[in-house]
Design a protein around this ligand. Sequence first.
Ligand code: NG6
Ligand code: CA
Length: 492
Amino acid sequence: MSQPGRSPNVVIMYADDLGFGDVGCYGAGSIPTPNIDRLAAGGVRFQQGFATAATCTPSRYSLLTGSYPWRNPRAAILAGDAPLIIAPETATLPGMFRRAGYRTGVVGKWHLGLGDGALDWNRPVGRGPNESGFDSSYIMAATNDRVPCVYLQDGRVVGLDAADPIEVVYGRDALFPGELTGRLNPELLTVKYSHGHDGTIVNGVSRIGHMRGGRAALWNDETMAEVFAERAVGFVEESAGAPFFLYYAFHQPHVPRLPGPRFKGATPHGARGDVIVEMDWCVGRMLDALDRLGLAEDTIVIFSSDNGPVLDDGYEDRAEELKGSHRAAGPLRGGKYSLFDGGTRVPLVLRWPGTVEPGESEALVSQLDFHASFAALTGQQLEPGEAPDSMDVLDALLGRSGRGREELVLEGVQGKTVLRRREWVYIPSHAGAAVSPTTNTELGNSPEPQLYDLSMDVGQIRNLAAERPEVVGEMSARLREVLASPRTRPTS
Ligand code: NG6
Ligand code: CA
């Protein structure tokens, strides 16, 4: 039977490629993030909060469906014109909130695909956020480095001039006649690319993919933070009075990093640091709005990131050169794309003033668990097959218990997985480069199995696989079992 539920508003603010060490409350000394720090000071700061994967689309898929990403072969970094990867019958996190009587909205980065293939951007694009449980949406389709560089509101491109239709095509050689690209017109670039990103030039920056037309609808990278903040705050203002769920997905600090003028020079680390300060300002806008509307005590605010950090992700913005002593992943090894913890262990803060005691938690929790946990909070039973891997760790999320999960599967890239169990991390033998030649990230691939004891080796330096073959044997059998099972949440 359902328990009588509560219905606080829930706002999830979700950074893109922000590392475990990238904000003040997680140890960054040279990137001022007063708003995220204020959020953390009033809430629970998790030391072991995880995204499910080391890249965006898989992590977001898990956040919104309560399923591990490796269950869906299409949950991999998507092109900007990819079809929606959330199947129509899938129960989603916003759908669950909607069932509980919430108004639901998404603002910011989507990157889960739109439509069913062969998209026409000049008409309603078909299936997307509004068909996945959100009552309203104001998004970018994919990433800020992928075309089309336009906003979509409730499935329509914003500000499109019918006389200048948009066309989008992916494929390196699929140039439109006369199109200006990074590859052929590098003299036009204000930010140069270091790898990939040699397609259509928009605002002096070449992107992945090719587009033409839609000129009146093109976004301005330097005002994107304000545009999304405006919409996110607007959603809260319009919803005040009924419970709401807002998924506010930032574009920072993903490449290309183009802060608004007032954030340029905010840190000694160049654009990467500066856009983190800009993102912090966005967090502040949201917290201020909740205060102004008298909603702070009725609202659970979560801040987290979709995957770990990367410095050079394809543009020459000097992130590596200017990093100084800043360690984007903090004490963790690896970063975005990595099987090591730097790929998936991210800042995770939850605040609910008056209900949740501020503090720090060592509980192992995953973004995967929001679905079952908030279903429990709002007094709902999950339907059969709903959120099959999401666990109710509400007590841990609300800081009432130090016990979260016992085990968690983590994904690097391309469905390569790792098993975390209590203090142990087991990384099976995986083919591929040890270090990415383009991003310079330690990927965690090795022909040898790896085993780390995080209780004494948070940096995953000392491989204990040879010393502890019995742990390797158990964990490898368990990982195979989990990967083969249709659900990992116990049914009772
Ligand atoms: C990679 C891009 C990278 C980034 C990533 C997706 C190249 C060479 N690299 O393919 O720049 O866009 O995809 O990032 O094109 S994510 O955070 O959305 O997963
Ligand atoms: Ca990301």
